[in-house]
Design a protein around this ligand. Structure first.
Ligand code: FES
Length: 156
């Protein structure tokens, strides 16, 4: 079930677009935020009803983008490291290994205290400031090992 907060956000989003289905990205984001970082099938089914879409269409939109976490709860801080060409050439793989060692988890896993999830993603559109990663809604760019250590220390 969508939370009341998510339903209100979706109602607000509906006013921004010329047709209901255009609000699908906003609706998915609101539902994910209200659930604490992931989406469940019931959320997408309910969004489909509100937006007058097929459930499979809503599910396809959510499945296409790495920013939606379907059926997979994530930690309070979701680190998504870009491993596409610019970031790779400038050391993303090294930084990923460094974070795996520091956090004592593998990519795709969450720390036992549910604090941090480490994922990799394709290009986040910030190639000019590679290597980079996104943590929840914020970009962290021009990363170095020292900068990553500082960022990880700040994730409470
Ligand atoms: S390649 Fe990493 S942001 Fe584009």
């Amino acid at each position: 079930m969508l939370s009341e907060e998510a339903k209100k956000e979706i109602e607000k989003a509906l006013r921004k677009y010329p047709n209901k289905r255009s609000a699908v990205m906003d609706a998915l984001r609101s539902a994910q935020k209200a659930r604490g970082g992931h989406l469940e099938k019931a959320d997408m089914d309910e969004i489909a009803v509100i937006l007058e879409m097929q459930s499979v269409e809503v599910n396809a939109a959510a499945a296409f983008y790495t920013m939606y976490n379907i059926d997979k709860p994530v930690g309070r801080h979701h680190i998504q490291v870009c491993r596409n060409i610019s970031c790779s050439l400038l050391g993303a793989e090294h930084l990923i290994k460094h974070m795996e060692r520091t956090l004592n988890i593998k990519t795709g896993e969450t720390t036992p205290d549910k604090r941090i999830t480490l994922s990799t993603v394709e290009c986040l559109g910030s190639c000019g400031t590679a290597p980079m990663m996104q943590i929840n809604d914020d970009f962290h760019e021009n990363l170095t090992e020292a900068k990553v250590d500082e960022i990880l220390k700040g994730l409470k």
